[in-house]
Write a protein that binds this ligand. Structure first.
Ligand code: TAP
Length: 487
């Protein structure tokens, strides 16, 4: 394994424009999932550090230059940050792969450009956030202002550690807010590095702070802190529910991007070669540790047996490999615990009556690592736990259906509603099915496409509020109505 290129420097908290230790002096090791070895020590924030960061963000919002700055200047700084991220794609990609276990192809070629894309795109919005003049009464001049909310607390998961920085911080900062971000304990390195790049780009001290640490300590402290005006969270439905309850005490606004069990529906009239690629990429990209993964493959009865045979053959060829190898397309799961959970789900599936048509086992690379084979569970019934609950690993549940109504009924019969895919050559069918799916995103003859300009977020137990696109700016602004008496 090639992870000893150069040592990774210890991670420090970024508070008020400085790299600092935790007040307690505590650190923890972050691990390389592909080699099962520690990468470096990282400062572990406690409630006192969160308080320091929130005070810095509060001061930067109340009396610092950021919210009052000419929007064009904010735009320039955020655009510069996008450029710096692109210029550091190699370094950020390597850090992400070491910390998370995902293939360097994904972290360097897809994730880093996506984060840059977020800062470039939202930089442009800084100059375009306008209110309205609303002629409601001739006796008044009536207009609205679109104002930043204040201090945004961003809490992000371990599966897309650097992309989530872009999704949360870019729109919040473009709108003039200040941010305190807590990366997942398991994957803090890229967020800390991007915070350093943000200072280099010219973000004033206190505008973007990063506090690495445990969710139950640093995350909890952020959600309870009266100095935080809004929490933007991506993670599990369980933690999202807890955050919603806790945030009620201080009446914080919330954006919750939660779990998923997304259906990827293949009709018999589809381009089956394309659908096959879409089905495998839909689940195995990101090792299946993807909220929007097409983890339930619904296949029409008339093509079911043949399609599953081809799918199994293709999946069996996707062997896990060294994530630092540019050719790798299946990396290591983020932690030993996650690997055990995923293997446990395969056992559950078998006990429920599913057949392992491909993979199903741990497969170390060079004798090490938390790698799991690309796994296909065939003959799954939509009521089984492996069809209803999030596995968050490279495990695909394949379910048979008969006709459009059955496909829709099965697709919607889960607690989640994050994303979905439809494969068909029939345009009317595609449009009708897209309308009837309960999901925040529908991909037609495609899967897993994202852009900073396209809103993303779920319905049902997948949460509410949008990341990305123009809609996400509503999450980070409020509207002030002004009535000016003309008489
Ligand atoms: P979680 O366990 O929910 O953790 C997400 C974040 O919340 C982490 O930073 C975590 O910190 C923090 N956290 C944990 N307990 C907290 C608490 N009591 N108060 C405040 N923060 C707390 O999820 P995960 O295991 O990292 O990620 C996997 C889950 O995220 C999956 O369910 C997946 O579907 C979902 N996800 C959803 C999306 C979208 S866009 N909908 C995207 C990615 C992931 P620690 O890690 O330090 O505990």
């Amino acid at each position: 394994m090639t992870d000893t290129l150069s040592p990774v420097k210890p991670g420090k908290l970024i508070i008020n424009g400085e790299a600092v230790d935790a007040a307690s002096g505590r650190t923890y090791s972050t691990w390389n999932p592909a080699t099962e070895s520690p990468i470096c020590e990282v400062a572990e924030a406690g409630a006192e550090d969160v308080d320091r960061a929130v005070r810095a963000a509060r001061a930067a919002f109340e009396s610092g230059p950021w919210p009052k700055m000419k929007p064009a200047e904010r735009q320039r700084i955020l655009f510069r940050l996008g450029d710096l991220i692109l210029a550091h794609a190699e370094e950020l990609g390597r850090l992400e792969t070491l910390d998370n276990g995902k293939p360097i192809f994904e972290s360097k070629m897809i994730d880093a450009p996506m984060v840059a894309n977020c800062f470039h795109y939202f930089a442009g919005w800084a100059t375009k956030l306008a209110g309205d003049t609303l002629p409601v009464n001739p006796a008044f001049f009536t207009y609205t202002l679109r104002e930043p909310i204040g201090v945004v607390g961003a809490i992000i998961p371990w599966n897309f550690p650097m992309i989530m920085v872009g999704w949360k911080a870019a729109p919040a900062l473009a709108a003039g807010n200040t941010v305190v971000l807590k990366p997942a304990e398991l994957t803090p390195l890229t967020a800390l590095r991007i915070a350093e790049l943000a200072l280099e780009a010219g973000l004033p001290p206190g505008v973007f702070n990063v506090v690495s640490g445990k969710g139950s300590v640093a995350g909890e402290a952020m959600v309870k802190h009266p100095g935080v005006d809004k929490i933007s969270f991506t993670g599990s439905t369980e933690v999202g529910r807890h955050i919603m309850k806790t945030a009620a005490d201080t009446m914080k606004r919330l954006t919750l991007e939660l779990g998923g069990k997304s259906p990827n529906i293949v009709f018999a009239d589809a381009d089956l070669d394309a659908a096959l690629k879409g089905a495998t990429a839909g689940i195995f990209y990101g090792k299946g540790e993807v909220c929007a993964a097409g983890s339930r493959l619904l296949v029409e009865s008339s093509i079911y047996d043949d399609f599953v045979a081809r799918l199994s053959e293709r999946s069996a060829k996707m062997a896990p490999s060294d994530p630092l190898d540019p050719k790798s397309r299946l990396g290591a799961l983020v932690s030993e615990g996650q690997m055990q959970k995923v293997l446990g789900w395969v056992e559950t599936g078998v006990k429920e009556g599913a057949r392992v048509a491909a993979g199903g086992k741990r497969q170390p690379v060079n004798g090490k690592g938390w790698f799991v084979q690309a796994t296909v569970l065939d003959g799954v019934d939509n009521q089984m736990r492996v069809a209803q609950e999030e596995i968050f690993g490279p495990v695909l549940a394949v379910i048979r259906f008969d006709g459009v109504d059955d496909a829709i009924a099965k697709a919607n019969d889960v607690p989640y509603g994050l994303a979905s895919g439809v494969w068909t050559r029939d345009v009317k069918k595609a449009l009708n099915v897209s309308r009837r799916l309960q999901a925040g995103t529908v991909w037609v003859n495609a899967y897993n496409f994202y852009d900073a300009g396209m809103p993303f977020g779920g319905v049902k137990q997948s949460g509410f509020g949008k990341d990305l696109g123009p809609d996400s700016l509503n999450e980070y602004t409020h509207t002030k109505s002004v009535w000016m008496n003309l008489e």
